[in-house]
Design a protein around this ligand. Structure first.
Ligand code: FPP
Length: 246
């Protein structure tokens, strides 16, 4: 039976979040510069997005650049930004063809203007697509996002727009960058690292975590399918007992 046939289409995760890790090590293994790994990471992005669309996953969120990534060597940061611009440019047509709506979360204003403008243009062009929402986390960190949400709520309380008792989990979630999306049910990290790295800390509260040794540039739709099969074998209890959920 093929991997695809092993997937229960009635129980697909509605939102999959991915930490694309291992580009640098992949390049190093081949005696190449780190940038070569990022370039090949784009191939994995393309195949994973197509794999998600093909299955009918409505939300896919990729960690493309963290706030902490600004501390990498200048040349690597520059190359990543250039790669982002050229990829968005090249891929918009395919996103349109596949019905993918592009979205971005993070401190987008800190991106170089060319990158920011290209991104906004692609977001605008794809805004009517409904098959899948592809969110790129760019200059993103969860603590930054949570601090911003707290600040925004504090301001509303101070200005008398809401009362302290109005501050609920739902209100807090509505102030996060992901307000319009369901929480990820599955989070995949490649390259054998077992960390969350400041990614969607609030939203991952009940996500199933899946770690694979594969380095990101080698990740393909079949790996996505394997992660989904693994996810579907798990019992999600949300704090209840096994008897209760069954
Ligand atoms: C982590 O690998 C990867 C990144 C920081 C960048 C991810 C970017 C891409 C996959 C390419 C562009 C993406 C899009 C959406 C167009 P690493 O460099 O930390 O690898 P290492 O841990 O082996 O050093």
């Amino acid at each position: 039976m093929s991997l695809r046939d092993q997937i229960d289409m009635a129980r697909l995760p509605q939102h999959i979040a991915v930490i694309m890790d291992g580009n640098g090590r992949w390049a190093k293994e081949k005696g190449k510069m780190r940038v070569f790994g990022h370039q090949n990471g784009v191939v994995a992005v393309r195949d994973t997005v197509e794999g998600a669309v093909e299955l009918g996953i409505p939300y896919l969120t990729l960690y493309a650049f963290s706030t902490e990534n600004w501390n990498r060597p200048k040349l690597e940061v520059y190359a990543l930004m250039e790669l982002l611009v050229s990829t968005i440019n090249k891929e918009t047509k395919t996103l349109m063809k596949n019905g993918v709506r592009l979205n971005a979360i993070g401190d987008l204003k800190s991106l170089p203007p060319k990158c920011y403008n290209e991104l906004q243009e692609a977001i605008r062009k794809t805004s009517e697509n409904t098959r899948c929402t592809l969110t790129l986390a760019l200059s993103y960190s969860s603590r930054w996002e949570i601090a911003n949400a707290a600040k925004s709520i504090a301001e509303e309380v101070k200005d008398g727009k809401i009362k302290l008792d109005d501050v609920t989990e739902e209100l807090f979630a509505s102030k996060l960058c992901t307000a319009e999306m369901p929480d990820p049910e599955l989070m995949i990290r490649t390259s054998g690292e077992h960390r969350i790295s400041n990614y969607l800390l609030w939203q991952l509260a009940y996500s199933e975590l899946y770690f694979t040794q594969k380095l990101w540039p080698d990740f393909r739709r079949e790996d996505l399918q394997e992660a989904i099969i693994d996810f579907q074998k798990r019992e999600r209890r949300f704090g209840m007992t096994s008897e209760q959920v069954n």
